[in-house]
Design a protein around this ligand. Structure first.
Ligand code: FES
Length: 195
């Protein structure tokens, strides 16, 4: 796993892992796939991915790959958590009633196992573009209470990945199965019965 720091926005840190998913692997890639070491092959097949979060500061975000999909891990700070209830009236599904979009243990206001940590797939539920983190808050900010903005057709999501009303995206961003192995380590791809 390699990390690539992206600092092109104010309050987050983006880290990409080199875990490769099956998406995009065609027949011509089979010899390459066969040559992968067992651990890499398992990861490509969709094995769980460990995500160290010990160095993630409040207000920062990392990106990781799981099953060929980008997953955002955000460590929400106090302001972010305080803002979550304020978006409610603007949201299409504030109570996560579309059950396919998250495991049952994340069908809560923060859509998370632990309120401080948001784990969501970075794929817009309209046509799959990558939403951009917009963590700046205030009346002059793109999203007054912070969240994610999809540049393709303007869909907006709050800091729990809940979709705003009146945008093209039909549902909240998806929460993948995940659990906390330790306070400083998340496993994505394994369901969580407890934090
Ligand atoms: S793909 Fe995100 S708004 Fe269309």
């Amino acid at each position: 796993m390699t990390d690539d720091v992206d600092r092109n926005r104010r309050h987050f840190l983006a880290v990409a892992t080199a875990v490769t998913g099956l998406a995009g692997i065609g027949a011509a890639s089979i010899p390459f796939f066969s040559s992968l070491k067992p651990s890499a092959r398992a990861q490509a097949l969709g094995a769980p991915v460990e995500v160290p979060i010990g160095s993630l500061e409040p207000g920062e975000m990392i990106r990781v790959m799981w099953r060929g999909r980008v997953v955002f891990v955000v460590r929400r700070d106090e302001v972010m958590l305080q803002n979550l209830p304020l978006t409610r009236d603007f949201l299409a599904d504030p109570d996560s009633e579309v059950i396919e979009q998250q495991p049952a243990y994340a069908a809560n206001e923060t859509r998370s196992v632990r309120p401080e940590y948001l784990v969501i797939e970075g794929s817009c539920t309209h046509l799959g573009c990558a939403p951009l983190p917009e963590f700046e808050v205030g009346p002059d900010a793109l999203l007054e209470f912070g969240g994610f903005f999809c540049p393709c057709h303007g869909s907006k999501f709050d800091l729990a990945g809940r979709v705003y009303k009146g945008v093209p995206a039909p549902t909240n961003l998806r929460v993948p199965p995940h659990r906390f192995v330790r306070d400083d380590l998340i496993m994505i791809g394994i369901d969580s019965g407890a934090a």
